[in-house]
Design a protein around this ligand. Structure first.
Ligand code: ZN
Ligand code: ZN
Length: 250
């Protein structure tokens, strides 16, 4: 399984990265997890946009799903279009929300390009991947996603505040891709996002093999986020995500 960080900017695109988007590849199958604003552009540095086989959306905040609208254009009007519908696993409101975001009151709708399945907690197969979804601690319906293949796994926190379910989902995972949107300090609202320190605490409790901090907000100093994480009591390797980073899990 190979993981490519397409976009890791938190809440809005930054100068070095679009919003959240991760490309998982195994056995020639390509799956996107999240499709935030700006990520369709950066995706094309890594793979043809016509060669995506499935998409998962952790939740329907704009920075995690809006490029589905642009991607509808690719699949509906690109050379050789229309392309076969691909499966999209997302919260149940996704078709209505994305149709509204695009401005599609009538045909064609998002459903002409995508075959939507409503996410719910549990484990299911997408191509060669075993995917486990768990609800995490965010103001809207949001799923952390553990993707396993060939005995290895990557667990993605999505957006979440402190969350026992994330610790359970990430138990003994090889790589925890964990959001770190806030800087440590007083005044952070609860049940919304994590700091680097809290991300590291979750990684330590889960026994994760490696921690990659993501959803990095452009107005923060990355060095502060990293310093926060170093205080989280996690003894494994810690990295900050960057657009274009590749993790080959064999
Ligand atoms: Zn977000
Ligand atoms: Zn969010």
């Amino acid at each position: 399984m190979k993981l490519t960080v397409v976009g890791c900017s938190g809440s809005f695109p930054g100068p070095q990265s679009p919003s959240s988007c991760y490309l998982y590849e195994a056995e020639g199958f390509r799956m996107l997890v999240d499709f935030g604003n700006g990520s369709l552009g950066a995706l094309q540095r890594h793979v043809s946009p016509f060669e995506i086989d499935a998409i998962c959306l952790s939740h329907l905040h704009a920075d995690h799903c809006l490029d589905m609208c642009s991607y509808h254009v690719v699949r509906s009007y690109g050379p050789g279009a229309p392309y076969a519908k691909i499966p999209v696993y997302a919260p149940a409101m996704a078709p209505a929300r994305l149709n509204a975001a695009y401005g599609m009151p009538q045909e064609p709708t998002m459903e002409t390009a995508f075959d939507f399945t409503a996410l719910s907690p549990g484990t299911f197969e997408i191509g060669p991947f075993q995917v486990t979804a768990a609800l995490v601690n965010h103001p809207v319906e949001t799923y952390g996603l553990r993707v396993a293949h060939g005995g290895r796994s990557v667990t993605y926190s999505a957006d979440t505040g402190e969350c026992d379910a994330l610790v359970g989902l990430a138990g003994d995972t090889d790589l925890l891709l964990c959001e770190a949107s806030f800087l440590d300090g007083p005044g952070n609202p609860p049940d919304l996002h994590l700091t680097g320190r809290q991300a590291a605490e979750h990684a330590a409790k889960a026994g994760a093999g490696k921690l990659v901090l993501t959803h990095l907000v452009p107005w923060h100093d990355d060095a502060r986020v990293r310093a926060d994480a170093d205080r989280g009591g996690y003894s494994g390797e810690i990295e900050l995500a960057r657009s274009g980073a590749v993790y080959d899990l064999g």
